[in-house]
Design a protein around this ligand. Structure first.
Ligand code: GDP
Length: 393
């Protein structure tokens, strides 16, 4: 599938930047257009791959912002996004719509610019374009405190409403205990890019031979058409030594076409990878059985993509998800050095992390109201004389 990807806010921009880096490295092609939008100039300047003319600063004329960000205030984030929607639309004039299957708006939901702006943009895009609008929302980790949880819980509702499907990544499940937060985010963003690009770029050919069960954009679109929240599973293994020896121009010239790798072993490998993906860390933990639809993409050298393995994996996933519909297909990449499996679990309804986030958000909202009331009472008390004898002017 081909998408126009728009990163909103700091996390959103960094993740789209990693998408481009992963596309470059892996030879995949997902984005027909990429744009980063932010209210803080300094964050836009830090992006590495996205060309400077694809970075848009918003809220510059607003006295409260002036290129310095919105200070984790999502109300202000959504206000400046609304003010600058026409400029954002103008930047998107370059999207080659005839080659674009949809839009993907990416944002961290615990801050201000992305949290407030991404739902505004998704809503506007939905009104302008006929193509589906997808979201990628990053949930804050619990240790960030109450305020990010409150921002994220509120934004999540608006963002899910404004998109055709909101894919979720939970920072809490991916929190790293070692190293700095920045280094941790850097690693996490690479993992996000690997998962989302492997899944969503399936079917966009790089010259590899096409198989009969190749995944294409319409399969992905269909799986995402459920609405609601989605999560992604992923696993990867090295290709066999024999595959490696046949890769590249030289390998292909030397190869006599014979294969000594057992078909049964390759089938087992695929089946095992799909099971491993679904049973390990999802982008957002969820009860797999609550998914409405699922899609499996096996990406790697065609000689390793066993159709029997794919078939068995699909049947296993059908049982596991109790799902009415599981699509499975491959994404041939002749010279890939790994066999990757990405599984999209669409419209999952049992997502404990969202319940926890909402609980923390309600507590944070109550605390903040109580603190505001206490502050008002304290100011009153300070300004009122002991016996309340003075008449104010
Ligand atoms: P904004 O610029 O105002 O939208 O705010 P940020 O994007 O800086 O932060 C919003 C939330 O995104 C934070 O609360 C974090 O949970 C998360 N976040 C920030 N930077 C990153 C990042 O690089 N990667 C990931 N995965 N999450 C991030």
């Amino acid at each position: 599938m081909n998408l126009a990807a728009i990163g909103f806010g700091n996390a959103g921009g960094k993740i789209v930047d990693r998408f481009l880096a992963f596309e470059e490295r892996s030879g995949r092609s997902l984005t027909t257009e990429a744009l980063a939008i932010n209210s803080a100039e300094i964050d836009l300047a830090k992006l590495e791959v996205l060309p400077p003319d694809r970075r848009l600063i918003i809220g510059q004329t607003d006295e409260r912002v002036k290129g310095r960000g919105v200070g984790a205030d999502p109300e202000l984030g959504s206000e400046i996004a609304r003010q600058d929607l026409t400029e954002i639309e103008r930047q998107l004039d370059t999207v080659p719509i005839h080659e674009t299957d949809g839009f993907l708006v990416v944002a961290g939901l615990g801050g201000g610019t992305g949290s407030g702006g991404a739902p505004e943009l998704a809503e506007r895009l939905g009104r302008i374009y006929e193509e589906p609008i997808y979201g990628l929302g990053v949930l804050p980790s619990a240790d960030e405190g109450g305020r990010p949880s409150l921002n994220a819980a509120r934004s999540l509702q608006a963002f899910a409403d404004a998109t055709d499907n909101l894919m979720v990544f939970d920072n809490d499940a991916w929190r790293q205990t070692q190293g700095s937060v920045a280094a941790g985010y850097d690693r996490t963003n690479r993992e996000i890019a690997r998962r989302f690009v492997t899944l969503l770029a399936a079917g966009e050919l790089d010259g590899s031979q096409v198989s009969e069960s190749a995944m294409d954009a319409s399969d992905i679109r269909r799986t995402l058409a459920t609405g609601g929240l989605s999560t992604i599973a992923f696993s990867q293994a090295d290709v066999e030594a024999e595959t490696k020896s046949k890769q590249g121009l030289l390998g292909r010239l030397r190869s006599n076409g014979e294969s000594h790798t057992d078909e049964g072993d390759l089938a087992k490998k695929i089946h095992g990878l799909v099971r491993k993906a679904v049973q390990s860390r999802l982008t957002c933990p969820a009860d797999v059985a609550s998914a409405e639809r699922a899609l499996v993409v096996v990406s790697g050298p065609p000689r390793e993509v066993s159709q029997k393995g794919l078939q068995r994996a699909r049947q296993w996933l059908e049982r596991e998800t109790d799902s009415v519909e599981v699509l499975a297909g491959d994404d041939p990449r002749t010279d890939a050095d790994a066999l990757s499996v990405a599984v999209l679990l669409s419209n999952v309804t049992e997502v404990p992390r969202v319940d926890e986030l909402q609980e923390r958000a309600v507590t944070a909202q109550e605390n903040s109201r109580q603190q505001a009331a206490e502050r008002r009472a304290e100011i009153d008390e300070l300004l009122t004389d002991e016996e309340n004898e003075l008449d104010p002017l």
